[in-house]
Design a protein around this ligand. Structure first.
Ligand code: HEC
Ligand code: HEC
Length: 323
């Protein structure tokens, strides 16, 4: 450093100081970016017996439910026929989209729902990932890092076919939002919160806790078993004010761009009835520059003044709307 010209040293320190500051003061909230503690239990070994889920005549072994290149599909009648890129992906880099996002595109808290999103929006996100315009604020969170790598490997034709498939599916309610002061104790498995094995409850504090309605069915990747989102008391009313009025200039009324029912408008995505963990994560990413594609910049003014409590209230309210 000593040998650098003074002017350059100044520029360098100006560039690094705010970064150091924001890393400490502004760590991504763990409720939206769950990272599993190291050394967690290994997944149960496959005993070779077929597992079952309600409402399906199909039996699948544990190994089959974990195969990203032959996506487990318990309810083939619950969605249109999956194109190969969704059902099987392409070895070695592109697992089938239906593995993480589920065959019907309803998604899980650690990824995203894709059902009913505009095809042009889906394709734009894939391009933003590819061109380093979209990443995650928490690189240690496994699933978004996997999505980023996959998007870089996916071809344009594969993206177009997958986008049209997911855009063609009509989403139905998938997440139950519950205001409560007390929640089950949880731990992180993969990128998702699940109730702790030894049970117990704790205060919710200022966070959203989203867990499977039925952990066993979710772990088998049953696309007919959804999620419960516990949110702090008062979130829905506060969120409604922010979303529907902008709350006296704190933000901008979402309906202007996302449609009054929040079901999307043109290539602007729907935000109703989607995972509040995902929505909170994206609002944080948009606020902190992790998403900065041309269209994402349209969100800048909306998120600029929001606090973490505001994000929680907004995500709780939008998740509670009919998709
Ligand atoms: C390994 C799991 C995994 C697979 C397989 C996968 N995704 Fe994703 N996807 C994710 C995760 C995780 C996110 C959320 C990233 C985040 O929160 O920042 C995501 C997000 C997305 C988004 C952004 C959604 C939005 O509303 O902005 C799109 C679009 C998408 N995926 C498309 C695809 C397509 C198309 C495929 C198949 C070619 C695919 N994904 C396969 C894990 C996966
Ligand atoms: C000026 C227009 C505009 C307003 C107002 C606006 N949005 Fe957006 N929003 C967009 C656009 C455009 C995108 C898509 C960005 C992209 O393509 O990357 C977006 C994306 C999002 C996303 C990411 C969705 C996903 O699938 O990843 C969320 C969440 C979101 N907006 C929430 C909100 C909320 C909540 C409000 C109100 C408080 C709001 N937006 C107000 C234009 C707007």
């Amino acid at each position: 450093m000593k040998s650098l010209p003074i002017a350059l040293t100044l520029v360098l320190s100006m560039a690094t100081t705010p970064l150091r500051f924001s890393a400490a003061a502004d760590a991504p909230p763990p409720w939206a970016y769950p990272v599993a503690a190291p050394g967690g239990a290994a997944p149960a070994p496959d005993d070779g017996s077929p597992k079952r889920v309600p409402g399906s005549a199909i039996g699948l072994t544990l190994a089959q439910t974990r195969d990203g290149f032959d996506v487990p599909d318990w309810h083939p009648d619950g969605h249109p026929a999956m194109p190969p890129i969704v059902a099987r992906g392409r070895r070695p880099d592109v697992r089938g989209c239906g593995y993480c996002h589920l065959p019907n595109g309803f998604g899980r808290p650690e990824n995203a729902s894709l059902a009913g999103l505009p095809a042009a929006y889906i394709a734009r996100q894939m391009a933003d990932y590819k061109n380093d315009l979209r990443k995650s604020s928490e690189p240690k969170m496994g699933p978004p890092a996997a999505m980023l790598a996959l998007a870089k490997a996916a071809g344009d034709d594969e993206v177009r076919v997958a986008a049209e498939y997911f855009a063609s599916i009509r989403p139905t309610p998938w997440i139950r939002v519950v205001e409560t002061a007390t929640v089950p104790k949880t731990r992180v498995v993969g990128g998702m919160f699940v109730p702790a094995d030894d049970g117990g409850t704790e205060p919710i504090g200022q966070r959203i806790v989203e867990v499977p309605e039925d952990r066993a069915r979710t772990e088998l990747r049953d696309a007919a078993s959804g999620f419960i989102a516990y949110v702090p008391p008062g979130s829905l009313k506060k969120g409604e004010a922010l979303v529907t009025t902008g709350d006296s200039g704190r933000t901008i009324r979402c309906g202007i761009c996302h449609g009054d029912d929040l079901h999307g408008l043109g290539s602007v995505p729907a935000i109703a009835g989607r995972s509040p963990s995902y929505t909170g994560r994206q609002l944080w990413d948009l606020q902190h520059g992790a998403r900065h594609g041309r269209e994402a910049d349209l969100m800048k003014a909306t998120v600029a003044k929001l606090t973490e409590d505001d994000l929680i209230a907004i995500a709780a309210f939008t998740a509670s709307r009919v998709p």
